[in-house]
Design a protein around this ligand. Structure first.
Ligand code: IPE
Ligand code: IPE
Ligand code: MG
Length: 242
């Protein structure tokens, strides 16, 4: 059960980085140029999170559904993520950032899987900010996976009925890919779209939402500060009466 006390600073900020393609098209550029510029916004938001003392920053970088995009765009995104992870390593170490990637990692190209494993290992002792990239992730995939793991654990317990009768919400959370990570307090989606697009369906149950019009490549320090200010003005009631 979460506290109903108003907390001005979010512990976990999550961002659905949207609008890269439109940013590029509005400028007569190829869609992939928007993805490239979007990496600079990732850096800006990460550094500002460190300055603000935010504990968790998570970014929706590639959804399960995004595999359905044209092959060239998917290939470009995979290669851009590989390069960006390698490039950011020095920054992560300097800023005390722990890097994690969550999702169906087995579906990613081998070199990307290797760079993720290396970055996770190298940054595992960093404590200032946990930076999470959701890759080949979807909320339904996560919940279905958790249900499968739970069914397996119930079977292996030898007494499934008794095992399942004791499972509470917090236990189910422990089967999700985000086990041990606090639920997002604030979910930002750029580009003016106001939908969840199969993101953190369970974990976002009580998140505050913020939908700036700006496209992701234009979401920088000032936009982020504005989002944090809006969050601070929200009244979180968790279904109760104040
Ligand atoms: C977000 O920008 C990046 C990913 C989903 C990988 P988009 O590529 O969705 O950009 P728009 O929404 O088409 O403008
Ligand atoms: C959501 O954006 C996924 C990511 C940002 C990774 P999309 O652009 O894929 O979502 P839809 O298609 O507009 O719902
Ligand atoms: Mg989009």
């Amino acid at each position: 059960m979460q506290s109903e006390t108003a907390i001005c600073k979010p512990r976990h900020v999550s961002i659905i980085m949207d609008g890269n393609g439109r940013w590029a098209q509005e400028r007569g550029l190829e869609r992939v140029q928007g993805h490239l510029r979007g990496v600079e916004s990732v850096r800006a938001v990460t550094e500002e999170s460190v300055r603000q003392g935010i504990e968790y920053l998570s970014l929706y970088a590639f959804s399960t559904e995004n595999w359905g995009r044209p092959k060239e765009e998917v290939t470009y995104l995979m290669s851009l993520m590989f390069k960006s992870i390698m490039n950011e390593m020095d920054n992560f170490m300097r800023n005390g950032v722990r890097f994690l990637a969550l999702g169906d990692k087995g579906s990613l190209p081998g070199v990307l899987q290797e760079s993720i494993a290396a970055a996770e290992k190298a940054t595992s002792a960093n404590k200032t900010l946990t930076f999470i990239l959701f890759l080949s992730y979807s909320g339904k995939w996560d919940i279905l996976n958790a249900a499968k793991h739970l069914a397996k654990a119930a079977t292996e317990s030898g007494n499934p009925d008794e095992y399942l009768s004791k499972i509470e919400e917090k236990d189910f959370s422990g089967f999700l890919i985000t086990a041990g990570i606090p639920d997002p307090d604030l979910i930002i989606r750029t580009s003016g779209e106001q939908r969840i697009s199969n993101y953190l369906l369970w974990q976002g149950a009580y998140s505050e939402f913020y939908f700036p019009e700006v496209q992701w490549p234009d979401f920088r320090e000032e936009e982020y500060k504005k989002a944090l200010k809006v969050f601070a003005s929200r009244d979180r009631r968790y279904g109760k009466v104040k």
